[in-house]
Design a binder for this molecule. Structure first.
Ligand SMILES: Cc1cc2nc3c(=O)[nH]c(=O)nc-3n(C[C@H](O)[C@H](O)[C@H](O)COP(=O)(O)OP(=O)(O)OC[C@H]3O[C@@H](n4cnc5c(N)ncnc54)[C@H](O)[C@@H]3O)c2cc1C
Length: 451
C-alpha cells in the first residue's frame, strides 16, 4: 500500500513518528505543498529559510535514494492529486494546531475522504500536543506555572530513529521548483536543515546550556541556543532536546526546559483560543485608547527612535531575522507603552522579519508584553529602555554591534545615553519621545479600562 507523507512544519527525517507511521506500510511519496496562503505572508526571512530547509530535506532524501516532490497551489487540490497519482490510501501528517493549519487540514481530510483516502495525524511539533494538558475542570490553562507543572507531569514519548529501507516515490508531473527570491540587502540568515539543527544543538549542549541560566538574559553574549528557527520548521523536535536535557541536573538545563515549556504553553493557549492570534486575550484591553501608527512607528521599525537599545534590537531583527528575547520584550514594550500603538502592528512587523516567526509564540509574547495576555505581566510595569540597556548590556557591546553610529568608544563613551552633541556629531537621532512622560500617559490610558 502506498502512502503520502505531507511535510509541513516537520522538515526532518529523524525523530519523526508521523513519517515512521507513513513508512510502515510500503512505498512513500514525500510531498511539500507550496501554499500561496502561507508563502505570500511569510516575509523575506522565512521564505528564504524555508526554501533552504526544503533544499536540505531534499538532499537528505536523495542520499537515501528518494527526492522531495514540491507542488504549488491549494493544499486541498494538491494533496488529493498527489494521493491519486501514487494510488495512496493514506496521507500522513503531524497535526497542525494553528488556526489556519487546523482548518486547512479539516478541509483536506474531507476532500481525501471523498476519494476513500484517510488523513492520518501522528504527533505534532510539540512534546505534548496542544489540548492535552487541561485543568481538572477540562478548561485550558491561562497561567504558565501550573501549566508547566501539569505539562511536565504529563510527559512525552522518547525520540524515534529515522526510517530505513523505505521505497521512496515521487511525482512525475506538475511539480515545481521552490523559488529562491533574493534576500533584501543587509539580511543574512542562519544555515537551515536537520543537520545544521543537530550541529547547533550539540554545540549548545557542549558549551552553552551549563551557564544558560546566567547568560540567557544578556543580548551582548551568545548565551542562548539559537534553536528557535530550527524548532519553528521542525528540523529538530523539542522531544529530542528534552531527551538530551533529561540527564542534566544543572540550573541551566532546568531553565532551558522551562523555556521550551513556554513554547508549548503558547501553542496550547492559541489552540484553546484561536481568536487570540489577532484579538486581545483580556478583552478589556481592546477598549484602551491607542494611537494610530505614524512616523514614530516608522522610526521604531527602522531602528531610529534615538533609544539605543531599542534601535539595536530593531536593526538586529532586520540584519539577521532574529532578536534576543529580552530585546523582543523591551522593543515590544516601547511600541505599546511609549508609542501607545496596538500590539498587533508590532507583531505583524516582527512576523514579517523573524526567521523563527511563529504565530503562537510571537503574538502571545506580544500580548504578554502589552499586558493583555496570559500570566501576571502587569501593564503598570513599563520597561525603561535606557536602564534595561545599562542592566543587560553593561558594556554597551550589543548597542555598538548593531548601531553603527554608536560603535566607536572614543567618540561615544556612553552608548546607552549619548549626549545631544555626540548624537549630532555621529549622526544618531535625538530621542523621539520623553520616556517618563509617555510612561505617565500609558498609565493614564490604562486607568480608563480599570474603572
Ligand atoms: C514580543 C515577543 C515575540 C516573540 N516572537 C517569537 C516568535 O515569533 N517565535 C519564537 O520561536 N519565539 C518568539 N518569542 C520568544 C523568544 O523570544 C524566542 O523564542 C527566543 O528569543 C529564540 O531564541 P533562542 O532559540 O536563542 O532562545 P533560547 O533562550 O535558547 O530558548 C530556547 C527555546 O525555548 C523557546 N522559548 C524561549 N523563550 C520563549 C518564549 N518567551 N516564548 C515561547 N517560546 C520560548 C524557543 O523555542 C527557543 O528556541 C517572542 C518573544 C517575545 C517577547
Amino acid at each position: 500500500m502506498s502512502t503520502v507523507f505531507w511535510f509541513r512544519r516537520d522538515l526532518r527525517l529523524g525523530d519523526n513518528p508521523a513519517l515512521l507511521a507513513a513508512c510502515a506500510h510500503g512505498p512513500v511519496l514525500p510531498l511539500f505543498v507550496l501554499d500561496p496562503a502561507l508563502w505570500g505572508p511569510a516575509g523575506p526571512s522565512r521564505r528564504a529559510y524555508l526554501a533552504a530547509s526544503l533544499g536540505a530535506l531534499d538532499a537528505s532524501l536523495r542520499a537515501d535514494g528518494g527526492r522531495l516532490s514540491v507542488v504549488r497551489g491549494d493544499p486541498v487540490r494538491q494533496v488529493v492529486r498527489a494521493a491519486r497519482a501514487v494510488g495512496a490510501s493514506e496521507v500522513h501528517v503531524a497535526a497542525d494546531h494553528g488556526p489556519y493549519g487546523a482548518r486547512r487540514d479539516r478541509e483536506v481530510e474531507a476532500a481525501l475522504a471523498e476519494e476513500g483516502v484517510a488523513l492520518v495525524r501522528t504527533g505534532s511539533p510539540y512534546a505534548v500536543s496542544p489540548g492535552r494538558v487541561r485543568k481538572a475542570d477540562g478548561s485550558a490553562y491561562q497561567v504558565f506555572t501550573p501549566f508547566s507543572r501539569a505539562w511536565a507531569e504529563h510527559g512525552w514519548r522518547g525520540p524515534v530513529a529515522a526510517p530505513t529501507g523505505v521505497k521512496w516515490q515521487h511525482l512525475t508531473e506538475d511539480t515545481t521548483e521552490v523559488p529562491r527570491p533574493p534576500l533584501p540587502a543587509g539580511l543574512t540568515l542562519p544555515e537551515a536543515g536537520e543537520e545544521a539543527a543537530h550541529r547547533r544543538w550539540a554545540e549548545f549542549l557542549d558549551d552553552g546550556v551549563a551557564d544558560y541560566d546566567e547568560r540567557r538574559d544578556r543580548p551582548d553574549l551568545p548565551g542562548t541556543s539559537r534553536m528557535s528557527h530550527h524548532l519553528k520548521w521542525g528540523e529538530i523536535h523539542p522531544r529530542t532536546l528534552l531527551a538530551d536535557l533529561a540527564p542534566r541536573r544543572g540550573a541551566g538545563a532546568g531553565i532551558y526546559r522551562t523555556e521550551l515549556a513556554w513554547r508549548e504553553f503558547y501553542a496550547d493557549v492559541l489552540d484553546a483560543r484561536p481568536d487570540t492570534a489577532r484579538d486581545y486575550l483580556r478583552a478589556e484591553y481592546a477598549r484602551m485608547p491607542y494611537d494610530e501608527p505614524d512616523e514614530r512607528f516608522e522610526a521604531w521599525c527602522a531602528g531610529r527612535t534615538g533609544f539605543p537599545v531599542v534601535d539595536a534590537a530593531m536593526r538586529q531583527l532586520r540584519a539577521v531575522g532574529w532578536m534576543h528575547n529580552r530585546m523582543r520584550m523591551v522593543s515590544a514594550s516601547f511600541l505599546v507603552k511609549d508609542l501607545h500603538v496596538e500590539w498587533q502592528h508590532g507583531a505583524r512587523h516582527f512576523l514579517h522579519w523573524l526567521v523563527d516567526g511563529d504565530l503562537a509564540s510571537n503574538n502571545h509574547g506580544w500580548q504578554w508584553t502589552a499586558g493583555s495576555g496570559t500570566d501576571a505581566a502587569p501593564f503598570f510595569r513599563v520597561f525603561n529602555p535606557t536602564s534595561q540597556g545599562r542592566r543587560f548590556d553593561p558594556d554597551g557591546a550589543y548597542v555598538r554591534r548593531w548601531v553603527q553610529e554608536l560603535a566607536d568608544p572614543e567618540r561615544v563613551p556612553d552608548p546607552h545615553d549619548p549626549s545631544p552633541e555626540v548624537r549630532h556629531s555621529v549622526g544618531y537621532p535625538l530621542a523621539i519621545l520623553d520616556h517618563g512622560a509617555e510612561r505617565r500617559e500609558a498609565l493614564q490610558r490604562w486607568e480608563t479600562i480599570r474603572r
